[in-house]
Ligand binder design. Sequence first.
Ligand SMILES: C[S@@+](CC[C@H](N)C(=O)[O-])C[C@H]1O[C@@H](n2cnc3c(N)ncnc32)[C@H](O)[C@@H]1O
Length: 262
Amino acid sequence: MRRNDPRRNDNAQYDELADQWWEPAGGFAMLHWLAAARAEHIPPAAANGAVLVDLACGGGLMAPHAARLGYRHVGVDLNLSGLRTAREHGVLAVRGSVLQVPLADACADVVVAGEVLEHVEDDVAVLAECARLLRPGGTLVVDAIADTRLAGWIAVDLFERIPGGPPPGIHDPALFVDRRRLLAAADRLGLDLRLWGLRPSVRDLVAWRRGRRATVRMRRLPLTSVLFAGSGVKRATVAAAGPGGHDPVRRHGSPSPPTVVT
Ligand SMILES: C[S@@+](CC[C@H](N)C(=O)[O-])C[C@H]1O[C@@H](n2cnc3c(N)ncnc32)[C@H](O)[C@@H]1O
């Protein structure tokens, strides 16, 4: 598919790929590796009922990590087939857009926004939702693809042609993320966000390709110009509600509760 093909980043692709979410060597294999890398930056739950909101949860690949760390895992996504899969893995699956999340302010001890900032028209609006959902002192973890020529070449021109790479057409390089703009927005929104680069371990990748490893570890890089991750804490500018104990599935001021996938 050409770089500027209008079918790029079509959400319907996730329906066609619905059976791939939990395939360790399927089209979403790298998302499993990234989920494990995200989990390294999430502190264990400080209290019973602590909430991890997973924005654009897809098939719920964060589920084993959220459970191990002691969180109630609430996943938000637009794609119903992904949400159904997430629910099968224990996620409280809520249908909604990451641009206007149907959950209450400050309901989350942790917000994860993995591989979604580069799939929306307004990544800063998603970051604003992360800030709104987090309680003061709560943790944000993100990862995305940088808006650089190198990232476009690697993620689209190269990887889409490699068997076992990301599904062709899943990324639109026009939506890749401007890191400087993201960091400036984070600061305005009261988020102390730090970014670093990520790459798969080459040794693990070779072993995985040969069927000798089930998964591939992600390595940290100083270079953020292709795949980058970030974590941070929401500054405690208002009185903290304290960890845990929130009812996340109700947006303040909203007349009707959001759609929970059952
Ligand atoms: C590349 S997948 C990442 C899934 C998951 N975060 C992971 O890393 O396994 C992108 C996800 O974003 C979702 N998505 C895209 N735009 C969205 C939006 N505006 N609101 C909610 N979900 C969205 C898609 O449905 C898909 O599940």
